[in-house]
Every structure is written in C-alpha cells, then in structure tokens.
Design a protein around this ligand. Structure first.
Ligand code: NAP
Length: 276
C-alpha cells in the first residue's frame, strides 16, 4: 500500500528537500506550509517529476490550523506512516535581552506546536501499530552556548520530549527519531530574529560575535538535501537509532562532548567559539 508522509515547514530548506526526497521515494507526501503562496516552487517540481505532493495549510503556532490540517489529511488518507516535525525558526539574544513573550513565541513553534501535532497523529499511528515520527532538533539541542538561549532551550526541550516519546510509543510499534543537523545552508539565517539588546546590555558584544560566527559558518554549511537523505535513511531502517547527526561540524562538536567531562567541554567550546 502507498505510504503517507506529512512534513511541516515545506516552503524551504530542510522541509522542502525532505518533501522531495520522500515523494521521489514513492511516499504520498503532504507538504504543509503556513502560507500556500510560498508553495509554488515545490508544486512546479512535483508536476514536472510527477510526484505525489499535496499542499496543506498548517501554521504550527495555531492550534485550530493544526486540527484542520490533520483532519483534512485523514479524510483523504486513512493512514499516516511518517511525520516530520521540521518547521522552526531561530531567536537570537541573551536571556536578559529577550522579552519573555518572545521566548514563549520561540517555544510555541519549536516545541508546543510539535506536541500539538503529535497529540493528533500519534493515536493514528498507535492504532496502525506502525509509523515514524521524526523531530528536527539541532546540534543546539545538545550543546548550549551564549547568544541564542531561547532557540537552544527549545531544542533541548524537543530532545527530552522525543526521548520520552520513544519509550511511550515504542511499545506500540511507533518509532521516534531525532535529527541533529549542524549548520545547514538554508533560509534559517536570513529568517532568524534578533532581540534588540537593552540600551545598557552587557551581552551585545558576545551575541553579535555568535551571530556573526553562525552566519559565516552558514556560507559553508551542509546542503539541506543531506539532511533529507539522512531522514529517508532513518525512516527506512527497521530499528532506527534514537539520534542521527548531520554535518561534519555537528559530528565534531558532539564527539568532543561525548569524550570530555562537562568542564573540559566548556573550556574546549570557549576556545572554539571565542579564540583569543
Ligand atoms: N539551518 C540550520 O543550520 C539548522 C540547523 C539545525 C536545525 N535546524 C532546524 O531545521 C528546521 C528547518 O529549518 P531550515 O534550516 O530548513 O530553515 P528555513 O529554510 O528557514 O525553513 C524553515 C521552515 O519552517 C517554516 N515555519 C516557521 N515557522 C512556522 C510556523 N509557525 N508554522 C509553519 N511553518 C513554519 C518556514 O515557513 P515560512 O517560509 O512560511 O517562514 C519554513 O518553511 C528548523 O526546525 C530548524 O531549527 C536548522
């Protein structure tokens, strides 16, 4: 039977490439976007290559939009084999400079919206006794650094959620996978939001250094198609691992984290990020 996939945030970057990879592999793919006008490019490719990609409107920040989208999908296809929780964005600025409402907005998309989608899709997968939920975390979901605590903590939260969910759903034959990309060359860095530092903020310099650093790394970033390839590989494995790392940068940092004590790693990261 034809397999069915849902991907959030399909307008660009990792979500866009993942939709194409899944559809090229034969999945009937629901490419969800918050603004359907931005789906023209993917629709053109789908038409040209005769891919089964259907656009569904879904804003991860809007509970009603999520319910409507999942209901629409279930009225068309009675099964869901793969859910890729990809939609997300980055908020930069120190803990003291980011207003609490902006911290919450970051968590709304990168964390709470994902819970809401899972609450609607997991019962379907549980009844099927099959399915894979792929959560797009980040190397920033395992390593904290200054300048982006809202983004980092939203991804740390997603890691914890995914680990718990893996046990809860695993007993019903539903798999949960975390993807941890390093720096990927996408629109992420042009869409990221930067909190205005307070006039007397002592964090302006360190935040600017981090933003400049990640933007420079992004120029040489891993292509999003590599993340899509890893996602496809993970969902096709009989027993997928809990985590898949993508990119040499992510591999290097996470290997160092595994090999060192917390204090050793902190000193290592300070030297890597802020060489004197
Ligand atoms: N790029 C990296 O270096 C990197 C590294 C690690 C992890 N990640 C993660 O990878 C995921 C995809 O990011 P990307 O790099 O591919 O960036 P991207 O090209 O900016 O794509 C982000 C996607 O998320 C969508 N989105 C944002 N907020 C949304 C909302 N409320 N509802 C629905 N869709 C929403 C965007 O839609 P619009 O077009 O409408 O804005 C876009 O389709 C994110 O979760 C990000 O945290 C990225």
């Amino acid at each position: 039977m034809e397999k069915v996939a849902i991907v959030t945030g399909a307008t660009s970057g990792i979500g866009y490439e993942t939709c194409l990879s899944l559809a090229r592999d034969g999945f009937y793919t629901f490419a969800t976007v918050r603004d359907v006008k931005k789906a023209e490019k993917i629709l053109q490719i789908a038409k040209k290559e005769n891919l089964k990609i259907e656009i569904i409107e879904l804003d991860v920040d809007d509970e009603k939009s999520i319910s409507t989208a999942i209901q629409k999908i279930l009225s068309k296809k009675q099964q869901i084999d793969v859910l890729v929780n990809n939609a997300g964005w980055g908020l930069f600025g120190s803990v003291e400079d980011v207003p609490l409402k902006n911290f919450r907005a970051q968590f709304e998309t990168n964390f709470f919206g994902i819970i809401s989608i899972i609450q609607k899709v997991a019962p379907v997968m549980r009844k099927q006794k099959s399915g894979v939920i792929v959560n797009i975390s980040s190397v920033a979901g395992r390593i904290g650094f200054p300048g982006s605590p809202a983004y980092i903590s939203s991804k740390f939260a997603l890691e914890g959620l995914s680990e718990s969910l893996r046990y809860e759903l695993g007993q019903f034959g539903v798999k949960v996978v975390i993807i941890e990309p390093g720096v990927i060359k996408t629109n992420f860095f042009s869409s990221m939001k930067i909190a205005e530092p307070k006039p007397d903020s002592p964090y302006k310099e360190i935040t600017e250094k981090v933003i400049m650093g990640v933007k420079m790394m992004a120029e040489l970033g891993t292509p999003p198609s590599e993340v899509a390839t890893t996602i496809l590989k993970a969902i096709k494995e009989k027993d997928p691992k809990p985590r898949y790392i993508v990119g040499n940068d992510a591999q290097m940092f996470l290997e160092a984290k595994r090999a060192k004590t917390d204090t050793e790693f902190e000193n290592y990261l300070k030297k890597e990020l802020f060489p004197s």
